[in-house]
Design a protein around this ligand. Structure first.
Ligand SMILES: [Zn+2]
Ligand SMILES: [Zn+2]
Length: 225
């Protein structure tokens, strides 16, 4: 299958069911987040500390999910195959396609990731501290919005406030992210803000995980594009 045919096949995977899945994911995630954040107010300093900590953690999580999808993910896997894996593969073949996705298509998958975690928090909310509850909610906000940051890194024109946030490297910068788009797409996986990419690439963090996945867990390496 040539590149054009593969791209058309991946694009055809974006059905109205996937659209409904995205809309429902965004709705459930927002309801759970608003409820939990409203129920556990903290001091302004606690919010600031937790925002910074979760900002760092979200970057590593974004890299891990991205690396896993690129390296071992297969489009025919149930649930995550036609959602996450398909969109990562489509993105390598046509990096600008993300700029043509609307807000729901861009962010729906990432809003889904947080739902099981928020449900667990809800289940055990009496057994964990308010700081942990709020921390998980803030982490969920960073991870839910990560693909929006990623989309902005591919856009030629962004709103002025986004341009400032990129310049301060609060969110992913275009030049930082484009390192990942050079063949064979094996570095700069983090896409929340990417500040940790140089360090993780230098120490071979994801190459180490790759060896672990192949040799210990017997995953097949699918990084073909
Ligand atoms: Zn990638
Ligand atoms: Zn990209």
């Amino acid at each position: 299958m040539d590149k054009k045919q593969e791209l058309e096949k991946l694009r055809a995977g974006y059905t109205r069911y996937i659209r409904a899945f995205e809309l429902i994911s965004i709705g459930i995630n927002l309801v759970l987040s608003c409820y939990l954040l409203g129920a556990y107010p903290l001091s302004i300093w606690s919010y600031i500390v937790l925002l910074v900590m979760t900002w760092l953690l979200a970057d590593i999580i974004s890299g891990f999910v991205h690396w896993f999808a690129d390296t071992f993910g297969k489009v025919d896997w149930p649930i995550i195959g036609n959602t996450f894996i398909r969109s990562f593969h489509e993105h390598h073949l046509d990096p600008k396609s993300i700029t043509r996705h609307d807000w729901i298509e861009t962010n729906g998958n990432n809003f889904f990731i947080g739902i099981p975690v928020l449900l667990l928090v809800l289940l055990f909310e009496n057994e964990i501290s308010a700081q942990v509850v709020v921390g998980i909610c803030l982490l969920n906000i960073w991870t839910s919005l990560t693909n929006q940051f990623h989309k902005w890194a591919h856009q030629n024109q962004v709103p002025q406030i986004v341009d400032r946030l990129q310049a301060w490297r609060v969110i992913t910068q275009k030049s930082e992210h484009l390192v990942h788009h050079r063949y064979p797409h094996d570095r700069s996986y983090n896409i929340t803000h990417g500040r940790l990419n140089p360090l993780l690439d230098r120490i071979g963090f994801f190459r180490g995980l790759e060896i672990l996945g192949e040799k210990v867990l017997r995953f097949r390496n699918n990084r073909h594009i």
